[in-house]
Ligand binder design. Structure first.
Ligand code: PGA
Length: 242
């Protein structure tokens, strides 16, 4: 595991974008695993700027998003489909058919999880999986539990996750209670994992996840088992590593 302690969030965004750019330059048909939430917004901003300057092309790239809320239509501004369109896809040359996001509006959610798993199996391996980190140690929407699910599945969101994400909604009541998420097994199958963590409020959990016991109570701790993880921390999040 490589842990890079950077000065500030801007440095983290630049380093994250650079890693994605070099992955796609080296392998133009790379499969990228993408995350949503506040953390990667700056990375996507840099990628959009770079794409506009012809420094990265997404024509042959395939993407798989980690998760999606259940019950938010794709045109709801807080759906992860809408987030991805707003922050990345609408501004780069990725063909729509190469974009994969679980459909949280599917009438049969289990069938939708099965479909997503089949697609993941077809590509074989994600080249670079981007991850944020939840305050409770979740990755994707894999919440702390006594056991974790390997493949894409339906998950009930923890109260603390709904609270954390309420900042994007008018009120907590509007935050969906369930989501579809790639499983920890699917995440750990990626060739390289890029974990991005910012802010003082994540300093304890990122330290616990990367140096504490490997436990399903902290799903991100399972990243310690992966052979190729790169962690980008700003100074506030990396306080305990300094
Ligand atoms: P955030 O979410 O980037 O909005 O902090 C991270 C996560 O919950 O995985």
């Amino acid at each position: 595991m490589i842990i890079q302690l950077l000065q500030n969030a801007e440095q983290v965004d630049l380093a994250g974008a650079e890693l994605i750019k070099s992955t796609v330059r080296f392998k133009p048909n790379a499969v990228l695993g993408l995350a949503t939430g506040g953390t990667p917004v700056g990375i996507y901003k840099h990628l959009v700027q770079d794409a506009k300057q012809g420094l990265i092309h997404f024509k042959q790239v395939t993407t798989f998003n980690l998760d999606e809320y259940v019950g938010l239509p794709s045109d709801h501004p807080e759906s992860y489909r809408a987030y991805m369109e707003k922050h990345l896809f609408a501004h780069v040359d990725i063909p729509a058919e190469q974009v994969n996001i679980p459909d949280g509006m599917a009438t049969d959610l289990q069938a939708e999880c099965d479909r997503y798993n089949r697609l993941l199996a077809q590509v074989g391996q994600i080249d670079l999986q981007i991850l944020g980190l939840g305050h409770n140690g979740h990755i994707g929407f894999n919440e702390p539990a006594s056991s974790l699910t390997s493949e894409t599945h339906i998950v009930e969101l923890k109260e603390e996750t709904r609270q954390a994400n309420a900042r994007f909604f008018a009120s907590i009541d509007e935050v969906p209670t369930h989501a579809l998420t790639m499983g920890v097994g699917s995440i750990l199958k990626a060739k390289t994992i890029l974990l991005v963590v910012k802010g003082a409020d994540k300093a304890d959990i990122v330290h616990r996840a990367l140096t504490g016991p490997i436990t399903t109570d902290c799903p991100a701790s399972l990243l310690q088992l992966h052979p190729h993880v790169i962690v980008l921390l700003d100074a506030a999040a990396g306080r305990k590593f300094a």
